[in-house]
Write a protein that binds this ligand. Structure first.
Ligand code: BG6
Length: 480
């Protein structure tokens, strides 16, 4: 059966930087289903050849060393363009005719990828429905929707309603590119394909969990978007809560889209709702020094470029175990890591740990960029009595698998083409994620706004965040 992926918002940045390079890599590796075609749709007037040329240039740039002229030329033959406006029904009618023609009027699988500005997600879905492009009488039809999915719970729920008026939930693939990362998927393998971690993965052994997504880059030229988004909408509602869900979920009954997502959603439902007191004490925001001088940023902007928070998960496994989450732009380095901090041994025999606190065991899951896992434990220092030191068992992807790390979009695009929704967010999942973020956003928007702490670029966020953690008797794991 032919496969077609139609990219709406084809002239945008994501198409050039991520989508087409990822599709090309899939082609190069021989992973795309036979007869896969890529059709671009956007307002810019391109001929097929003009679009191919533009993509040749951008893919060469963004695929870097993985670009091979010969395989690209072969792949480029399956790329087409159809100019059109999302608000214009006629353009969708001609698109429909064009797709039928292209596929030879046979049964086909189609993926409609919305990579447009978010305000067009609803209208695009409705227009696809209006001209019958969502109907599955001639093969499966799926819609992929980029982030952000709504700007709060209410808008996400409305968008879900609009999308569901055209597509049923099984046809809808809400993307969070963090789920396409190998190390994020490996978190499930680590937990559920090994028997040694699961027995200790709970309140009896774990003191707390830290999830850090630090970025070295600042907002660059994205102020227009960032001023309306801020760190909570940009990183927490999606990427960080995804990491939280996979770290905290129960084992699904099998690895398939709904069992996996059922367990993930349960985690979000178990997150303790924040009272005003908790919002004041347990959420924390910051802004990097110089943010207010960025182009298109209001001089009195309160937009957070850093946030930290403490969440509790009210279920048997996690009762009493705080989850500390933080993320920021312009921080000391780029690192995404999950730290499982184990409890101290119940009774310490050795004097060296009586006089000074010895660090307890820690499992560090490096999601990126130094993908790997380290287990930290105490070891006797040779020839030094019973003195000890923290050492580690260090697994690194690049050593073990020789640096073969695919782009997140490769896996996600392939899954969308093949109809596997395991790594995509479900309607109830995005709404439950907003239910956690909305109270924080509302609290921060109140008149008695909590302070926005300034931090110097190249630091681990505001000093106050370090103090805040220290007051709980714990330390952020500030290691790149
Ligand atoms: C995007 C955010 O979703 O994720 C960006 O909009 C952020 O602000 C990016 O920089 C981070 O993704 P990654 O894969 O580089 O960690």
């Amino acid at each position: 059966m032919p496969h077609t992926i139609v990219i709406f918002g084809a002239s945008g940045d994501l198409t050039k930087r991520k989508l087409v390079p990822a599709l090309y890599q899939l082609h190069r590796k021989g992973r795309l289903p036979e007869e896969t075609r890529v059709v671009g749709f956007s307002r810019t007037e391109f001929s097929h050849d003009q679009w191919r040329e533009a993509l040749t240039e951008s893919t060469e740039k963004f695929a870097g060393k993985k670009f091979e002229r010969e395989t690209w030329d072969e792949f480029a033959k399956s790329i087409y363009y159809h100019p059109g406006d999302i608000g214009n029904r006629d353009d969708f009618v001609t698109l429909s005719e064009f797709l039928d023609e292209l596929e030879g009027k046979v049964e086909s699988e189609r993926v409609y990828y919305l990579s447009t500005a978010p305000r067009f997600y609803g209208p695009a879905a409705e227009m696809l429905g209006a001209v019958g492009l969502s109907m599955e009488n001639n093969g499966p039809r799926r819609i992929v929707i980029e982030k952000p999915f709504g700007t709060d719970g209410e808008s996400a729920s409305k968008l879900n309603d609009v999308v569901h008026s055209v597509f049923n939930e099984q046809q809808v693939y809400r993307i969070d590119h963090y789920l396409g990362k190998e190390t994020v998927q490996n978190l499930m393998i680590l937990r559920f394909a090994n028997s040694i971690f699961e027995p200790i993965w709970n309140r009896n052994y774990i003191d707390h969990v830290q999830i850090t997504v630090a970025e070295e880059v600042d907002i660059g030229s994205r102020a227009g978007y960032y001023e309306t988004s801020g760190i909570i909408r940009d990183m927490f509602q999606n990427h960080i809560l995804q990491l939280l869900m996979i770290t905290a979920m129960e084992a699904p009954i099998r690895y398939a889209a709904d069992p996996v997502r059922d367990e993930k959603v349960k985690v979000l439902h178990a997150v303790r709702p924040m009272t005003e007191e908790m919002l004041t004490a347990d959420t924390f925001r910051g802004q990097y020094d110089g943010y207010l001088n960025e182009k298109d940023v209001a001089s009195d902007s309160q937009t957070a470029t850093f946030a930290a928070m403490k969440l509790w998960i009210d279920n048997w496994r996690w009762q009493g175990v705080p989850f500390y989450l933080r993320s920021g732009k312009a921080m000391s380095c780029r690192t995404t890591q999950i730290v499982i901090q184990f409890r101290e041994p119940p009774h310490m025999l050795f004097d060296s740990c009586k006089t000074r606190r010895c660090e307890s065991n820690r499992l560090v899951i490096q999601v990126q960029p130094a993908e790997g896992i380290q287990m930290h434990f105490q070891t006797k220092v040779p020839d030094a009595g019973m003195r000890m030191r923290q050492t580690d068992l260090d697994f690194r992807y690049d050593r073990e698998f020789h640096g073969v790390m695919p782009e997140a979009y490769e896996r996600l695009l392939l899954d969308a083409l093949e109809g596997d929704a395991s790594l995509f967010a479900r309607a109830d999942e995005v709404e439950a994620a907003w239910a956690i973020c909305d109270p924080i956003l509302n609290h921060w928007a109140t008149k008695s706004q909590p302070p926005v702490y300034t931090y110097e670029r190249g630091f681990w966020g505001p000093m106050e965040s370090t103090e805040w953690m220290r007051e709980t008797g714990r330390e952020w794991f500030d290691t790149c």
